[in-house]
Ligand binder design. Structure first.
Ligand SMILES: Cc1cc2nc3c(=O)[nH]c(=O)nc-3n(C[C@H](O)[C@H](O)[C@H](O)COP(=O)(O)OP(=O)(O)OC[C@H]3O[C@@H](n4cnc5c(N)ncnc54)[C@H](O)[C@@H]3O)c2cc1C
Length: 602
């Protein structure tokens, strides 16, 4: 059994779902492609997941469910998403329940938990409006106070699961002149309001996730009892933004599942297809593309797992961390999918030819992840507004906190450490105390330089990790200077150059996450992880954002990374720093044997 407990649910779910290549299995590639072609909501899959009781893992233990940590959550969302992002997204709208777990009364929590567990209930999030998009404060949906509740008027659109859901979290204007406190949030239970006063909007036909229930909801003089308001009147925007900190970070899991399938299905093709007397994988260029894709997945993994655990260990810093992964992970993995499509050749564009055409579906479905729950620019904007404060904190905290900081970093990045219970009340709208991940870089460098002699560690690899970590630190110092010198003011009209600073921040934060992940887990994530070639190559790749290749140390031999990729594929393991077990395909065993024979002959 997988030693890390946080992967048990993901492995059990994988086992129960079975080989996605077998048409007989639920959530198989043929089945999800068929649903997609017909643009049908995946009712049968969703029911299967309810029967499996996956919804319990969306409800915290203190509210009667099984949810304990986001670390566990992202691993099983990857399992869903590697098969079908439409179903994964449809089922995971249930995670909006976190708004209630954070701000609801005991009664509201009980109601929602029972709705999810006993009635197979789902919810949706109704924030967006046709006229206002990202500008939440401009909301036209009005909630006018009347005795015992509010009268709702207005329309929310486009909303995922607006029609096929029993609870709608609605952001509505309760005060015309209240500024940031003009919005309130409501947990609207449709079964308890008059159906004559609300209606659903028609299905929206989308580029990807075609089977989704993408629609909207319209209220017309609809009475909503006061008991359905979440938190205080006027607290809606604050609550909405804190809720986004959670869901934005978790979006990374959707992208990671999709990238896994894109790479796995392309690798299968590259290992099997013969050209010029060899396999495609044996040609250096495609091999490099696939190896780099694998490296990018590992890089993103470090960032995603870091922030997932950070919810429990450093919730007050999540306003920054979640923006980092929502931007960096989703856009990087979009590029990964695009890059590997080149290796798949013409088949990436075909709807049936290879693995039932799952690749083209992944390509379409995955392109929404970086956009919803706050687009790329909205996330970078949220981050850039905090840059000045982050720089100030880093300068103020330099050299302080020498004992507490490593302990906090270890709690976050050492995957064997138990996590404290997540306390949503500790989330902050903006980060005031600094970003531990960047604050700790100097300590990480010292740890690297003082690593005890280790026969299994190649001295050149270690030296490269150290050199590249020094460069990460130099780039951070440089970024600090640029932020200090910049003249940007708060507001929406930021210069593109400031967006670039925010992007660079994300790269440095991610690089630091990779370094800690290695330092804190060298002795328990297996040989490949421990040897660190992947880390040296990853840091080099990240530093290409800042410096030309010729200004970086030469690329070390990546054969070990390529071999590990094939090993994980042959063993049906997730492409991850924690390569947990996936369902074993019967067909693949034959292909694998053939592949090994081919490689021996070559
Ligand atoms: C498939 C799908 C599912 C969705 N699901 C939901 C859902 O469940 N619930 C929900 O409430 N909404 C949902 N949405 C809506 C989604 O969140 C909105 O599309 C999003 O808020 C952006 O709005 P918009 O597309 O109208 O763009 P706008 O916000 O109008 O943006 C227009 C342009 O301005 C730019 N821009 C915006 N803000 C800034 C800024 N601060 N700085 C610089 N540039 C900026 C944007 O990048 C873009 O180029 C969904 C959308 C889709 C496509």
């Amino acid at each position: 059994m997988q030693p890390l407990k946080q992967y048990w649910v993901a492995e059990a779910l994988e086992k129960a779902l079975g080989d996605p290549g077998n048409p007989e299995n639920i959530m198989s590639f043929p089945q999800v492609i068929d649903l997609d072609e017909r643009e049908e909501f995946p009712h049968e899959i969703i029911n299967w997941l309810y029967n499996w009781k996956l919804q319990h893992y969306y409800i915290p233990t203190e509210c009667g469910g099984e949810f304990t940590c986001f670390d566990e959550f992202i691993s099983f969302v990857r399992v869903l998403s590697r098969r079908d992002q439409t179903s994964a997204i449809a089922f995971t709208t249930m995670f909006w329940s976190y708004l209630t777990w954070m701000a609801g009364t005991e009664e509201q929590k009980r109601t929602l938990a029972s709705f999810m567990k006993d009635a197979n209930g789902a919810m949706c999030l109704a924030y967006s409006e046709k006229a206002h998009g990202s500008d939440l404060l401009a909301s036209d949906v009005r909630a006018k106070k009347v005795p015992g509740g509010y009268i709702f008027n207005g329309e929310k659109w486009p909303i995922n699961r607006a029609t096929i859901s029993g609870v709608t979290f609605v952001l509505a204007k309760t005060d015309e002149v209240g500024g940031a406190r003009s919005l309130s949030l409501f947990m609207v239970e449709k079964s308890k309001i008059d159906p004559a006063n609300y209606s659903h909007l028609p299905k929206i036909f989308t580029h990807g996730v075609r089977g989704s229930d993408m629609s909207g909801i319209r209220f017309q003089d609809c009475f909503i009892p006061e008991s359905m308001r979440l938190g205080a009147e006027g607290a809606g925007l604050e609550l909405a933004l804190k809720g986004f900190q959670i869901t934005r970070a978790l979006c990374a899991a959707f992208s990671q599942g999709a990238a896994d399938t894109a790479l796995r299905t392309t690798l299968k093709f590259a290992l099997g297809r013969q050209l010029y007397g060899k396999t495609v994988f044996d040609m250096p260029q495609p091999k490099r593309t696939l190896t780099d894709a694998f490296l990018n997945i590992l890089i993103c993994d470090c960032a995603t797992i870091g922030v997932a655990r950070g919810f429990n260990t450093m919730p007050e810093q999540i306003s920054v961390w979640s923006a980092v992964v929502k931007y960096f992970v989703t856009t990087t993995l979009e590029t990964v999918v695009q890059n590997v499509s080149v290796v798949l050749g013409s088949r990436f564009y075909m709807r049936e030819e290879h693995d039932y055409g799952i690749f083209q579906k992944v390509l379409r479905d995955n392109s929404i992840i970086s956009m919803f729950d706050g687009s790329t620019v909205v996330n970078l904007h949220a981050l850039l507004l905090q840059l000045r404060q982050l720089t100030k904190s880093r300068i103020k905290n330099a050299g302080r906190n020498q004992d507490a900081l490593p302990a906090r970093l270890a709690a976050t990045f050492d995957l064997t450490q138990p996590l404290p219970t997540f306390d949503g009340k500790k989330l902050e709208l903006v980060n005031r105390g600094g970003d531990d991940v960047l604050q700790g870089l100097e300590l990480a460098l010292t740890s690297l330089q003082n690593l005890p002699a280790d026969a299994s560690l190649n001295a050149d690899v270690l030296q490269q990790i150290i050199t590249l970590t020094q460069m990460v630190q130099e780039e951070l110092n440089h970024l600090d200077c640029q932020v200090t010198e910049s003249t940007f003011q708060f507001g929406h009209e930021q210069a593109p150059e400031v967006f670039d600073l925010a992007k660079q921040y994300c790269v440095i934060h991610t690089a630091a996450s990779c370094i800690y992940m290695w330092l804190y887990n060298r002795h328990h994530l297996g040989d490949f992880f421990a040897k660190g070639e992947w880390l040296a190559l990853s840091l080099r790749q990240l530093m290409l954002t800042f410096r030309p290749a010729k200004a970086l140390p030469g690329r070390i031999d990546d054969e070990a990374v390529a071999q590990e990729l094939v090993r994980l594929y042959n063993d049906s393991r997730m492409f991850s720093i924690v390569p947990f077990q996936l369902a074993k395909p019967q067909q693949q065993e034959t292909t694998t044997d053939a592949t090994q024979r081919l490689q021996l002959q070559a």
